[in-house]
Design a protein around this ligand. Structure first.
Ligand SMILES: *Cc1c(COP(=O)(O)O)cnc(C)c1O
Length: 385
């Protein structure tokens, strides 16, 4: 029987559990953010599980991501919020994708797409309330609001929602969070006054969904917490369960004599005769090269240190002089839930000065995704992935 060299096991039961935590903690509807292939977990199976577990809507960055979910047969509301001038607005309109608008130029393009296709566009107004990234800028707001109210009245476009994104959601008590909320509420009030009242207001990312239920308005928009990573570790883990475990099978076990160097540039020299294991996981798979010499992997209940450079496809761990009973084909956990002493994506991130968002979303396409704990009762359908 063959099995993959390198596997990202995604626990759909954990995703469903985390969705429930987010819904009950925020006391609001949930838009499950599944951009970037669901932070590396697989957009379609995660979307299906989140919806079956009670998510009201889905959120992605690009229209192409939203259309791929539609093509997979997902008919829930999907919002896409990041567009270039050449984005496929006509495809979005015909696929009933909720288009979040960041400028008058984008509004013009969506109106044109609605007229060309004969399908009214449902839009969300993305307001720049202080992040100074996407969203309608403050100095453009008044003109934008008048213009969108006009096309809303004409019927080409329906304003369904307003949203903004928090700059400091991971600092729950920072005053900017409440300021951004006040600016978003004011924008919604402007639109209402102009006859284009939005039905839905949303701004809360994972940290805000977990720590600031007062900002939830109608819906929260979590990503990382859905995948079981706490965005505010100093406030606890909220009972979230990490959904992804990265594991590999050992490709080779071999002796290395004292004084021999291992891997490129031989940055590690065996201090004594030892046995090493070659693991088929490298930086092309999302194991950061910066973890060279700092990685530890779990085999059974023991941890073994990585030695030498992490390469594109492989890395080496030192098993010690007696090989510790480890054999070729044995399973190695690279990161996971942290159970049995193993490392987590957060441990990797901390070691190299980044965030766990980057670790999980960088897991490469060569890594086979395996879905476990799908629930037929929940309606998860993964057999055809
Ligand atoms: C990525 C993203 C989110 C989710 O953020 P998390 O911190 O992962 O919860 C929400 N809203 C927007 C606009 C995003 O780009």
């Amino acid at each position: 029987m063959t099995s993959p060299a390198l596997t990202a096991t995604v626990d759909l039961g954990a995703i469903a559990h985390n969705l429930d935590v987010l819904r009950t903690t925020s006391n609001a509807a949930v838009m499950a953010v599944v951009k970037a292939d669901a932070y590396g977990h697989g957009a379609v199976p995660v979307a299906r599980t989140a919806l079956a577990a009670g998510a009201a809507e889905l959120g992605v960055a690009h229209i192409t991501e939203a259309r791929a979910l539609r093509a997979a047969g997902i008919d829930a509301p999907i919002t896409a919020w990041l567009h270039t001038p050449a984005a496929d607005f006509e495809g979005a309109v015909t696929d009933h994708i909720e288009i979040a608008l960041s400028s008058s130029t984008q509004l013009d393009a969506v109106v044109a797409a609605a007229r060309a296709t004969g399908v009214a566009a449902s839009v969300t107004v993305k307001v720049d309330t202080g992040l100074n990234r996407s969203g309608v800028a403050a100095d453009e707001w008044d003109d934008f609001a008048v213009k969108i109210a006009k096309v809303h009245a004409e019927g080409a476009v329906t304003v369904r929602a307003v949203m903004c994104h928090l700059a400091r959601g991971d600092e729950p008590d920072h005053p900017l969070n409440s300021e951004q909320a006040a600016r978003l509420d004011a924008a919604a009030a402007d639109l209402a006054r102009l006859g284009a009242a939005p039905e839905i207001i949303h701004m809360a990312n994972s940290p805000a969904a977990l720590t600031r239920p007062d900002l939830a308005r109608d819906m929260v928009r979590p990503g990382i917490a859905l995948y079981g990573r706490t965005p505010v570790p100093e406030r606890g883990d909220f009972g979230l369960i990490p959904a992804m475990t990265l594991s590999a099978q050992i490709a080779l076990v071999k002796r290395v004599a004292a004084g021999e160097g291992v891997s490129y540039s031989q940055t590690w020299i065996a201090p004594h005769d030892t046995v090493v294991a070659v693991i088929p996981a490298g930086y092309a798979d999302g194991v950061p090269r910066l973890l060279s010499g700092r990685l530890r992997v779990r085999i059974g209940d023991r941890l073994f240190g990585g030695v030498g450079r992490i390469c594109m496809d492989q890395l080496v761990v030192d098993l010690g002089p007696d090989a510790a009973g480890v054999r070729e084909g044995d399973e190695v956990e690279l990161f996971g839930t942290g159970a049995r002493g193993g490392l987590t994506a957060k441990d990797w991130a901390d070691a190299i000065g980044t965030i766990d968002y980057e670790i999980v979303s960088q897991i490469g396409s060569r890594v086979v995704r395996r879905y476990v704990n799908a629930s037929p009762a929940r309606g998860d359908a993964v057999a055809d992935e």
